[in-house]
Design a protein around this ligand. Structure first.
Ligand SMILES: O=C[C@H](O)COP(=O)(O)O
Length: 337
């Protein structure tokens, strides 16, 4: 198997190609309410479209293994817990550098290839530890900021938190939006706030977490997506992992359609990060299929697509072990941190 292209060992093309050029920053555009005002998302049409994704188009055997390797490369391996310690973050970073056991790497024909997760995602005070633990690996550290997960601290403090995380070495910042702006239809305020956050990020790439589980309607999800992109978000992200409902396929479909619309209007390519509750390898496959069908193969690359997940890698490793050996091991053999 070729880890760069995610082709099976046979060399048959899967259509999963890694882009070599780093993704250019999203510039954003001035606020324009008429780009989303008239949009009204049809819930049942969205549900019909997403219902087929996991079932109808499942990928099998070596193709599945290749897609799962691709999924690993797109994981923001995450720990966001009150009891995080430097030791836990260091262990997570070791896993990010070396996500699969050596015997599996060898059996998959990946020996000597670079295989890491897309990033490691932590709280701001853990950034320095993660940066040190990942030194020389080329794996970026992503930090949540802006009063994650609720985002209800004063704006100046939220902006200062971004600057702190960037100063500690974070190359990616996952901000949370003020849900109240979306819930009250104050889209201009949302745009202004995200623009300030984008500015505070400096050269760090910014992912805007919409906390879709708290936005009430898919129409709000579409509008918030569009506003976040107008304000210069490099990625839009579904959830913090702490809402009652986190990443779902219907919400993701609405967000990727917004990304498509924004691309058509501006020529700017925005990445997508579903996050929260994605724990099973088969779910990862459904999301990869969604990306390929809706946005094309350019969005099957860590520059344009990430899973925000703390436990997904364990199940992927377990499924790859099954692919290689024909047996399932217990989940505790694939610990994270
Ligand atoms: O951004 C990432 C999420 O917080 C991870 O959520 P999870 O622990 O449900 O995978």
């Amino acid at each position: 198997m070729n880890a760069r292209t995610a082709e099976p060992a046979s060399g048959m093309a899967t259509g999963l190609v890694r882009i070599e050029q780093p993704q250019a920053r999203v510039e954003g555009v001035p606020f324009q309410a008429d780009w989303f005002d008239a949009v009204d998302v049809n819930l049942s049409a969205v549900e019909r479209r997403t219902a087929t994704l996991g079932a109808r188009r499942s990928v099998k055997k070596e193709w599945q293994a290749a897609w799962l390797v691709k999924a690993i490369q797109c994981i923001d391996l995450t720990t966001l817990a009150g009891d995080d310690t430097p030791g836990r973050v260091q262990r997570l970073c070791a896993k990010a550098r070396h996500p699969l056991r050596d015997d599996l790497v060898e059996a998959l024909g990946l020996t000597g290839r670079r295989l890491t997760t897309g990033a490691v995602c932590v709280y701001p005070t853990m950034v320095r530890t993660a940066v040190k633990a990942l030194e020389g690996s080329g794996i970026p550290v992503a930090s949540v900021a802006t009063g994650f997960p609720a985002g209800l601290t004063p704006l100046e403090q939220r902006l200062a938190e971004i600057r702190y995380a960037v100063g500690e070495g974070a190359e990616e910042i996952d901000i949370v939006i003020t849900r109240a702006h979306a819930l009250t239809g104050n889209w201009q305020a949302l745009y202004d706030e995200i623009s300030l956050m984008r500015e505070a990020c400096g050269n760090a790439h910014m992912k805007a977490i919409l906390a879709t589980g708290e936005l009430k309607t898919l129409t709000n999800v579409y509008r918030a997506s569009m506003v976040a992109m107008m304000a210069g978000s490099d990625f839009i992200k579904t959830s913090t992992g702490m809402e009652g409902v986190n990443a779902t396929l219907p919400v993701s479909l609405v967000m990727v359609r917004a990304i498509r619309d924004f691309l058509e209007r501006t020529g700017q390519r925005v990445g997508f990060k579903p996050a929260g509750g994605i724990r099973a390898a088969k779910d990862a496959l459904a999301w990869l299929i969604l990306m390929k069908e809706e946005l094309g193969r350019d969005w099957l690359d860590p520059d344009m697509f990430r899973f925000g997940a703390s436990a997904l890698l364990s199940d992927i490793e377990r499924q790859l072990e099954h692919f290689v050996t024909g047996r399932y091991s217990s989940t505790d053999r694939h610990g994270m941190a």
